[in-house]
Design a protein around this ligand. Sequence first.
Ligand code: URA
Length: 232
Amino acid sequence: MPPPSRAAASSSVPSSAASGAASSAPIESSSPVLGREADLEALARQCSACQRCPLAQGRQQVVVSRGNPRARLMLIGEAPGAREDALGQPFVGRSGQLLDQLLAAAGLDSNRDAYFCNGVKCRPPANRKPTALELAACRPWLQLQIALVQPQVVVLVGATALQAVLALKGPISQLRGQWLDFEGRAFLPIFHPAYLLRNGSNQLGSARELTRQDLVAVRERLLQLAGQLPAN
Ligand code: URA
């Protein structure tokens, strides 16, 4: 992904999030970045008028984010579905509910410990995968979100998010669970919960069980970064 700072510099959203080292528990940034919420609100306002790609024609609303803008953990998905489009928040449908449950099982609270967003902010027709053009058109918004929220750990939810953010293509079954360090942040690809809903097994080695392990690793990484757990 091109440096977020380029996107921040070329946008009219004021960016006060130049640096963002975070430290202590709960799993939330403790660095006082004045204006972060205001900047994110400005971003959401601008985003809601976005006409950068044809997805604008079919949307009910632009789906920008949910969760805690001061969390040290960001989860990036693919695109809003029908429920997200109706409610204006990412990951509030069946996939989101499962993701919330898996996060909770790993000791992470979706409202307190995480900030959710997507690679594209408008629902693609019939929930199809966003095109490369749509992802590229939406990328500056995502870059701004990253620059403003300053997450230490970014979970890439599914193959599309992995491609949208790190331009990495490959079988998610091979890439999930592998930490990738980029521009001072730790990225972890995981299976998309929609895939887990289609593959319900909880057995050892199942996609669901692997995702549970991945999210436990996310919590451990956050605790290590906060100095609350020794590094491996
Ligand atoms: N809902 C979202 O907001 N994003 C996804 O990727 C899937 C469902």
